[in-house]
Design a protein around this ligand. Structure first.
Ligand SMILES: NC(=O)c1ccc[n+]([C@@H]2O[C@H](COP(=O)([O-])OP(=O)(O)OC[C@H]3O[C@@H](n4cnc5c(N)ncnc54)[C@H](O)[C@@H]3O)[C@@H](O)[C@H]2O)c1
Length: 253
C-alpha cells in the first residue's frame, strides 16, 4: 500500500499497459482515474478494481485535445481533490514504413497523440502539483525513444521527444518536489502489439533481436505496471529525469 490515498491519472487506462497500471496502482492504495478515448474500455478497467474494493473512475477524453485534458484534470480534482501521480501512457503506433513513405497524416496523428498529449497534460497538471507541494509524472516512452527501430520516424521522433521532455520537466520542477521520470518498455504483449501481423514480427529485426536479448521473450503489462508503482512511490525518491528501461535487456547489447 505504498500509494495509499494518492490520486493517480493514467491515460490510455482502457487497454494494455494502462489497464495493468490502473490495477496495480489501485492495489497499492491509489485512487485511480482511467482516462481513455474509449470510455467502454476504461469502464472495463475500472469495474474489477471497484469490485475488488479499490477506488477508480473512468473518464472519456482525447489526450491530444487541450479541452479534454483540462476537463479530465478538473473532473479528477472535483472527484478526488488532488492529482499526485500522472502517467502519460496513451499512445498509438505509426505506419511502420521507412521515412520516405510516411504520410503527413500519420506524422500529425502520432506526434499529436504520443507527444503533444504529454505536453498538454504536464502543462495542465504541474501548477496543481506545485500548489499541492509535489507530485510524480511518469511518461511512457519506448525502446524507440532511445534507439532506432522499425516503428518508423513518426513514432521514434515522438518517443525520443518524450524522453527529452521528461528531462526538461525534471530540470524545471524537481526542486519543487515534482519528480518526472520516463519508462522505455521493450516489446510488451498488449493489444497494440497483437495488432501487428505475426508475419511482420517474424520478419522484423527488432523482434528477432528481442528473442536474442537477455530475457529472450516479450514482456507482460504487469511487469511495466510494477515499475510504474515503484516510480510513483517514495521508494523512488532520488530518481529524477531518468528513463528506466523495462525491456528484458533489449537495449543492453
Ligand atoms: N506494447 C508495447 O510493446 C509498447 C512498447 C513500448 C512502448 N509502448 C507504449 O506504451 C503505451 C501503451 O501502449 P499499449 O501497448 O498498452 O497500447 P494499447 O493500444 O493496448 O492501449 C492504448 C490505449 O490508449 C488509448 N488511446 C489511444 N489514443 C488515445 C487518445 N488520443 N486519447 C486517449 N486515449 C487514447 C486507447 O484507446 C487504448 O485504450 C503507448 O504509449 C505505447 O507507445 C508500448
Amino acid at each position: 500500500m505504498r500509494l495509499k490515498g494518492k490520486v493517480a491519472i493514467v491515460t490510455g487506462g482502457g487497454s494494455g499497459l494502462g489497464r495493468a497500471m490502473c490495477v496495480r496502482l489501485a492495489a497499492e492504495g491509489a485512487r485511480v482515474v482511467a482516462a481513455d478515448l474509449n470510455i467502454a474500455a476504461a469502464r472495463d478497467t475500472v469495474g474489477p478494481i471497484v469490485a475488488a474494493g479499490g477506488e477508480a473512475v473512468a473518464m472519456q477524453g482525447d489526450v491530444a485535445s487541450r479541452e479534454d485534458v483540462a476537463r479530465i484534470a478538473a473532473d479528477t480534482l472535483a472527484q478526488y481533490g488532488a492529482i499526485d501521480v500522472l502517467v502519460n501512457n496513451a499512445g498509438i503506433v505509426g505506419q511502420f514504413v521507412k521515412t520516405a513513405e510516411v504520410s503527413d497524416e500519420s506524422w500529425d496523428r502520432v506526434l499529436n497523440v504520443n507527444l503533444k498529449s504529454v505536453f498538454l497534460f504536464c502543462r495542465q497538471v504541474i501548477p496543481q502539483m506545485v500548489q499541492q507541494g509535489g507530485g510524480v509524472i511518469i511518461n511512457i516512452a519506448s525502446t524507440a525513444g532511445v534507439l532506432a527501430t522499425a516503428a518508423g520516424i513518426e513514432y521514434t521522433a515522438a518517443k525520443h521527444a518524450v524522453v527529452g521532455m521528461t528531462r526538461e520537466i525534471a530540470y524545471e520542477y524537481g526542486q519543487q518536489n515534482i519528480r518526472a521520470v520516463a519508462i522505455a518498455p521493450g516489446i510488451i504483449m498488449t493489444p497494440m502489439v497483437a495488432s501487428i501481423p505475426q508475419e511482420f514480427l517474424d520478419a522484423s529485426a527488432d523482434y528477432q533481436k528481442m528473442l536474442r536479448a537477455p530475457a529472450g521473450r516479450a514482456g507482460q503489462p504487469e511487469e511495466v505496471a510494477a515499475v510504474v508503482a515503484f516510480l510513483a512511490s517514495d521508494d523512488a525518491s532520488f530518481i529524477h529525469g531518468s528513463t528506466v528501461a523495462v525491456d528484458g535487456g533489449y537495449t543492453s547489447f
